[in-house]
Design a protein around this ligand. Structure first.
Ligand code: C2O
Ligand code: CU
Ligand code: CU
Length: 531
């Protein structure tokens, strides 16, 4: 099936609810693609029931034409500030104790305006900042983080990509009620050094809490790091939308369909910063955007890829462009022949959105000031053990049901909400809190084959482990990855199938979902029970 044959929603039509949805005939192709059940689950009866009684009050339908702030009014061109570290209250080696308050606050992001935001605040810090503190710990550390929820709504903290027990991983069924506290506690295993992040994961409110400001970097270091002589920095990339009054507006229909892309793309909370790099620097790049895909390039320089989500790769690999779908991370070194100033660009990636807007082809994210950097790098960064044999196969199909998206102009907002809440499916159903969607044994190497039977890209993520991509099949063509890498998130293109090899080391419930956070909230998520 060709991606291009699908009709797109007309954004203007949808937002004004005028009858421009006449030609929905093409959508039948999509209807017939969705709803197929792959893999066993005990919960289809449940799901059908759910679909008719979903509380959809979380689905905001903000006006698409809301006037937004002119990006020029947002401070820019300042030197990039490093992330502040969450303070460790323990003096003992091997222990990390900290406390975070999650709260609503007003912060001045734009001159003369106060923006209402949510923050992760280090209770030991003197002031609140918009950007969450970075957590930096070592392999083997016992981590204990006390979290106070001062929001007026439930939340959780999920440690994205980390091998922590399910009971400590901020699952939606384990939320912290308003004004309650809890302690997250886990011991990090050896060999898990890597670039992770943390964000909320409450039922149906993840997207909103993240765009209100909740997301932070989490780095696990190794005491025997081959790159320990390199200095380190972080580029934590988020996107932000502000209306003309300086407030963060709620999601529109387009946001729910395609995932929200805030107009301001920020690095460490800064717009178009100036970044000076004058030593050999290992840079950790995080795509913490809800739905924005990044295709990074530095004109006149190259990236040496050193690592992915779950830590170092085996050998450095030269890359002109870095592709980061939502939730992905990399470690890189920049190589350039000549010193000077260079632009960090993000090229447009066509993920076949339903409501394409006129988007700029290329975004300018920062200006880099580089010395001519020597490229002495160890030829081996890490040795991954031979790829294990898999003894079990699980299947996950992501699809979309467009059958009720006809003639939106004739539907009430509540009907549209109901339809949205039944549109994004995994194995033919929307997420149910108590559903058992897949089962696997603890410690068993298994393959999950993820197939995207919709017409747009969906970044697939699974909790609690790192996987290796074994094979990608698109249009009947099978491809093996060019190098081995540990990941917890992988973009799956329309009509693509990916074979992922992994194991789960703890019993309990693990979430798997699309990491476009709006799709996750709308139910493109499932439970994997590890027994
Ligand atoms: Cu980063 Cu379940 O998510
Ligand atoms: Cu996660
Ligand atoms: Cu998705």
């Amino acid at each position: 099936m060709q991606r291009r044959t699908f009709i797109k929603y007309n954004a203007l039509a949808a937002l004004s609810f005028t009858p421009l949805f006449a030609d929905m005939a093409h959508m039948h192709d999509m209807d017939s693609m969705s709803g197929h059940n792959h893999g066993a689950h005990d919960s289809s009866a449940h799901a059908v029931h759910n679909a008719h009684h979903t509380d959809t009050s979380f689905i905001t339908l903000e006006n698409e034409n809301l006037p937004l702030i002119n990006p020029k009014d947002f401070p820019q061109n300042k030197p990039l500030a490093p992330l502040t570290l969450l303070s460790n209250q323990s003096k003992k080696q091997g222990e990390f104790h900290a406390s975070i308050e999650i709260k609503e606050d007003s912060i001045s992001l734009v001159k003369g305006k106060q923006t209402r935001v949510f923050t992760y605040t280090d209770t030991r810090a003197k002031s609140t900042s918009f950007l969450a503190p970075k957590i930096e710990v070592y392999e083997g550390d016992r981590v204990k983080i006390e979290v106070k929820n001062s929001l007026k709504e439930p939340t959780t903290i999920h440690w994205h990509g980390l091998p922590v027990p399910p009971s400590q991983d901020g699952n939606p069924m384990d939320s912290i009620a308003p004004n309650e506290s809890r302690i997250y506690e886990f011991v990090l295993p050896s060999d898990c050094a890597g670039t992770y992040w943390y964000h909320p994961h409450p039922h149906q409110a993840t997207a909103r809490q993240v765009y209100m400001g909740l997301a932070g970097a989490f780095v696990v270091k190794s005491r025997s790091d081959v790159l320990k002589d390199f200095s380190e920095s972080d580029w934590f990339i988020t996107d932000l939308r502000l209306d003309t009054s300086g407030q963060i507006p709620a999601n529109t229909l387009s946001d729910w369909l395609d995932g929200r892309e805030g107009e301001l793309v920020l690095i460490n909370g800064q717009h178009k910063p100036q970044i000076s790099i004058d030593s050999k620097q290992r840079i950790r790049i995080y795509n913490a955007c809800s739905a924005r895909y990044l295709s990074l390039e530095i004109e006149g320089a190259e990236f040496m890829l050193l690592g992915t989500d779950g830590g170092l790769i085996e050998k450095p690999i030269k890359q002109k462009r870095l592709f980061l779908s939502p939730a992905s991370r990399v470690e890189v070194l920049i190589q350039n022949a000549k010193k000077g100033s260079f632009k960090l660009l993000s090229h447009r990636y066509d993920r076949d959105k339903m409501m394409p807007k006129d988007e700029p082809k290329t975004l300018e994210l920062a200006t880099l000031h580089l010395k001519s950097l020597p490229s002495a790098l160890p030829s081996t960064l890490r040795t991954l053990p031979p790829l294990p044999q898999s003894t079990q196969e699980l299947h996950i199909t992501m699809s979309e049901d467009h059958s009720k998206m006809h003639a939106l102009s004739t539907q009430s907002k509540e009907q549209i909400r109901q339809n949205l809440a039944a549109m994004f499916l995994i194995n033919g159903k929307v997420f149910g809190m108590n559903d058992v969607d897949l089962r696997v044994g603890r410690g068993i190497t298994h393959d999950i084959i993820v197939t995207n039977k919709s017409h747009m890209d969906h970044p697939f993520h699974i909790h609690g482990t790192q996987f290796e991509v074994v094979e990608q099949i698109l249009n009947g063509k099978s491809e093996k990855p060019a190098f081995r890498a540990l990941q917890d998130t992988i973009n799956v293109r329309a009509d693509e199938s990916v074979r992922l090899r992994m194991k789960q080391d703890f019993k309990g419930v693990r979430m798997f979902h699309c990491h476009i956070l709006e799709h996750e909230d709308l139910g493109m998520m499932g439970n994997l029970v590890v027994e």
